[in-house]
Design a protein around this ligand. Structure first.
Ligand code: MG
Length: 268
């Protein structure tokens, strides 16, 4: 297994693919959804994977040990977009939900928060300006101001007040403030757990919450000299600079992600 030396960072794409193909049986590919597999849309309910994504993920799942999507979306949403991909694992709500053996498994510590989140979504709709889009996700509430960027300050203030009042956590993202239960679960923890027995892992992300996943790959490399992690950013005007600076390489768009994977798959 170890004939291919672990590539060094900054890495060459050729070296990264060479290591990956040599360790395909212990390699996992993790993807964020919004902004990575799907172009970001004004209405979050309207977003769809880029056209080539489904086919390329299916082929990738056949080439490596595991493919997983790790998203802030609920599993129910991810299922609605990826139901045809039986071999792709789904982590919803930053890992508070996992699609496993045909059902959604919810982190038990988060379940008691469902009523509070439902109330909070209702309150947000009543109190925030009408052009702020409130997305109720059962275990979290996301406040989108993409179509009303001038409301950013109002949304952030309101979010922090509610977080303090209810003891919630805040996750800032691309034109969004999300309120989550005070349960220790984030994308970094999903990746830390997910790479425990992996020889190689890639993570594709575009937002602040994805940097924790990049950090988890680095942390694994630090304790396991045989493990190789690749952090891939997807460019965007909001968080692109910060995410890119934490990544090994940056791709231009969800279409570019599909093309990059297609080219990589040709090496297997
Ligand atoms: Mg994203």
């Amino acid at each position: 297994m170890a004939q291919t030396p672990r590539p060094t960072h900054p890495l060459s794409i050729d070296d990264a693919w060479a290591f990956t193909t040599a360790h395909a049986a212990t390699t996992t590919f993790f993807f964020d959804f919004d902004g990575v597999l799907s172009p970001v849309t004004d209405d979050p309910d309207a977003s769809q994977p880029a056209p080539a994504v489904l086919g390329v993920l299916e082929r990738l799942a056949g080439a490596v040990q595991r493919v997983a999507i790790v998203s802030a979306r609920p599993v129910s949403f991810l299922r609605s977009r990826f139901a045809s991909l039986e071999r792709v694992d789904l982590y919803g709500l930053y890992g508070l939900e996992v699609w496993h053996d045909g059902e959604v498994v919810t982190e038990p510590a988060a379940l008691p928060w469902v009523p509070a989140m439902s109330d909070l979504a209702e309150q947000a709709r009543a109190e925030l300006p009408a052009d702020v889009l409130v997305e109720y996700k059962r275990l979290s509430v996301a406040l989108h101001y993409r179509v009303a960027p001038h409301e950013a300050g109002t949304v952030e203030r309101w979010g922090h007040e509610q977080a303090e009042r209810l003891g919630l956590r805040i996750q800032a993202g691309r034109m969004v403030v999300e309120l989550k239960p005070p349960v220790d679960q984030d994308k970094g923890m999903v990746i830390t757990e997910g790479v425990r027995n992996a020889g190689c892992a890639w993570y594709f992300g575009d937002d602040m919450s994805d940097i924790k996943a990049f950090d988890a790959l680095r942390a694994r490399e630090a304790v396991d000299p045989s493990f190789f992690g690749v952090a891939v950013a997807v460019a965007n005007p909001e968080t692109g600079a910060e995410v890119s600076s934490a990544a090994d390489l940056t791709l231009d768009s969800p279409d570019a992600v599909a093309e990059f994977l297609t080219n990589g798959l040709a090496r297997f």
